[in-house]
Design a protein around this ligand. Structure first.
Ligand SMILES: Cc1ncc(COP(=O)(O)O)c(C=O)c1O
Length: 451
């Protein structure tokens, strides 16, 4: 085959960008996902295309479950819906045994629709309407109160309920990781959290069942979890001894990092993030210090999101063009941008060509298709010279993209799940103009135009 001509270019060397591994490209062509050809998937389902690996979803769950269940007798995972609430994904985790963790009435109803029994739904978040609180209370869901106004809201509707709502409070605290995530829940250090607990118990109108925290996301410190467990444990102990209200569970939220690389990091995420086992070990060690007897250890609930789903998601995309910027840098334009890949704002997602390539590589900026300056998928990636029509695989995109994607300029693409037998299933259809416009109304006086 005739080789493609690449015009020579004089390039400014940018100092300070090399790392100790030199500029060697890390990238191998990725031609298949779980044994299914990338080319065939894109022929069949179009470009761009999200692909999810059911095998990886299940393996991630099972690995995390093993890490905790081998260390502590009483554990439960609850799937964080906002991380990826495609029903197919939720159901994989529910089949594995996860409860649901939701943060809105919309997510709550989605969990019910997926068949999750009400008493296995954890209702978090700062906004819950009266109707949603009533529904959750009647269903015996675990309502995690976020602020005093919500506590009073719940008390004001308590008379209309046939049973006492089962509640916990969300607690925020200093875990040594800054800035402290204190916008949700009641603060531990200033006594607000224990004050809230006293009010709940004194009201006699709610069943205080547990404590919740979610100390941050993409956490790199296992020590932060040890501190969180210590502080929640301290509150739980006071509930038992001072309020005579022993608690059934401690919910320590999510936050374990996936192996994605944070934007601008020196070393890749695979080398820097602690493993789930390391987090589990820190948490176990502290749980055992809490002073509970063998039979009375509280249930430990985990709401892990990104660590479960990130590396199970791929975004397949096609090169639209390449060009030289005025400073000589090469730019590659993809048909998938920040509209579908929100996480490119904080991750340097690995990108692999999906076909063979020559040994020439160059640092290049990867743009998406939007006519907007913000649409940068990678500021700088050392990749082979990609040409129009070439395909790429963007890695570890399973968390937060299929929920935070925007219908901006382009419509959202197909999503496919590859099952454990290697069969591809369409789990969300690409949007159409009709789908988007069915929500719009054009007033009568704007029905006709004359240009
Ligand atoms: C309350 C709560 N639980 C769990 C999660 C999942 O977090 P992560 O994806 O960091 O594990 C989130 C995400 O923001 C959350 O707000």
């Amino acid at each position: 085959m005739k080789k493609k001509y690449e015009s020579p270019v004089i390039q400014k060397m940018n100092g300070g960008l090399m790392n100790k591994f030199g500029t060697r490209t890390e990238y191998e062509p990725v031609k298949q996902i779980d044994g299914v050809s990338v080319h065939t998937l894109m022929e069949e389902y179009g470009s761009p295309l999200f692909v999810l690996s059911e095998r990886t979803l299940r393996r991630n769950y099972q690995d995390a479950y093993r890490a905790f269940s081998t260390r502590y007798p009483h554990i439960q995972f609850a799937w964080s819906y906002k991380t990826n609430y495609l029903n197919a994904v939720c159901r994989v985790f529910h089949q594995e045994g996860s409860w649901a963790e939701v943060v809105s009435g919309f997510e709550y109803r989605k969990a019910l629709g997926n068949g999750v029994p009400g008493h296995k739904i954890i209702f978090n978040g700062p906004e819950k309407t009266n109707e949603e609180l009533k529904l959750a209370a009647e269903n015996n869901s675990l309502i995690h109160i976020d602020h005093f106004d919500e506590m009073y809201q719940l008390l004001s509707i308590a008379g209309e309920l046939s049973k006492k709502p089962r509640v916990a409070i969300r607690v925020n605290m200093d875990t040594g990781v800054y800035p402290v995530w204190d916008r949700f829940g009641f603060n531990y250090e200033n006594g607000q959290a224990f004050d809230a607990l006293k009010k709940i118990v004194a009201s006699g109108k709610m069943e205080l069942t547990g404590l919740h925290c979610h100390i941050g996301t993409y956490m790199l410190s296992t020590e932060a979890y040890r501190i969180a467990v210590k502080k929640l444990g301290d509150l739980a102990w006071k509930c038992k001894t001072e309020l005579n209200n022993p608690l059934q569970y401690l919910d320590i939220g999510g936050g374990f990092p996936s192996t994605n690389t944070l934007r601008g990091s020196f070393l890749p995420g695979t080398d820097t993030v602690p493993s789930v086992d390391e987090f589990a070990e820190a948490i176990r060690a502290q749980l055992q210090e809490l002073g509970y007897g063998a039979g009375e250890m509280p249930l430990l609930i985990l709401e892990s999101g990104r660590v479960m789903v990130d590396d199970a998601g791929y975004l397949l995309s096609t090169v639209i063009a390449n060009k030289r910027l005025s400073d000589g840098r090469r730019a590659t334009i993809l048909d998938a941008g920040v509209n579908v890949l929100f996480t490119s704002f904080w991750y340097d997602h690995a990108i692999s060509p999906a076909q063979d390539f020559t040994h020439h590589t160059e640092d290049q900026v990867m743009y998406g298709p939007l006519c907007m300056n913000i649409d940068v998928v990678r500021q700088s990636a050392n990749l082979p010279l990609l040409n129009r029509g070439d395909r790429v695989v963007v890695h570890k995109v399973g968390a937060y993209n299929m929920t935070q994607w925007m219908q901006f300029i382009h419509m959202r693409p197909n999503v496919v799940l590859i099952d454990e037998e290697g069969k591809a299933h369409l789990v969300r259809e690409a949007e159409t103009l009709e789908y988007i416009e069915q929500q719009e109304r054009v007033p009568a006086h704007l029905q006709t135009i004359n240009i």
